[in-house]
Design a protein around this ligand. Sequence first.
Ligand SMILES: O=c1[nH]c(=O)n([C@H]2C[C@H](O)[C@@H](COP(=O)(O)O)O2)cc1CO
Ligand SMILES: [Zn+2]
Length: 162
Amino acid sequence: MANKREDYISWDEYFMGVAILSGQRSKDPNTQVGCCIVSQDNKILSMGYNGLPTGCSDEEFPWNREGEDPLETKYVYTVHSELNAILNYRGGSLEGAKLYVSLFPCNECAKAIIQSGIKEVIYDCNKYKGTPSVAASMRMFDAAGVKYHPYKRTGRKIEIEL
Ligand SMILES: O=c1[nH]c(=O)n([C@H]2C[C@H](O)[C@@H](COP(=O)(O)O)O2)cc1CO
Ligand SMILES: [Zn+2]
């Protein structure tokens, strides 16, 4: 009798892998963020990445980080991966769900995460640690009882030929 395969990926690797892969769809030249929302019983409910709203052309809108005119920067237009994943969900309630994201959520996404009923955030990178936005997210998560912890990288490399 054959034994069970042993080198399968863990739930955490699976969901963070899906989040990171989703981020590969992003057109942002500087930061690509991906997100995967999962039910308490480990079913994927939604995914998202940072990008422009529907109808706003990736070719016509700016991707600049800086500029005298805020209307010529990406910041006023992009939808963050977490908000996209929340808004992409068409199935009803996200109460009690978990959210895997490749970058620690900003304060605006934290509000949406809390209000949608998500109870746990697992993040990979935290490159904006120490900024007011991240501090505000943590304060709101703590107050609202949303757990957050970093994803523990396993070092597993997965090559996919597409
Ligand atoms: O939680 C987040 N989710 C998310 O999707 N983003 C997106 C918005 C921007 O497109 C990009 C951040 O750009 P930059 O690192 O160049 O400032 O990442 C940014 C954050 C946190 O800053
Ligand atoms: Zn955000």
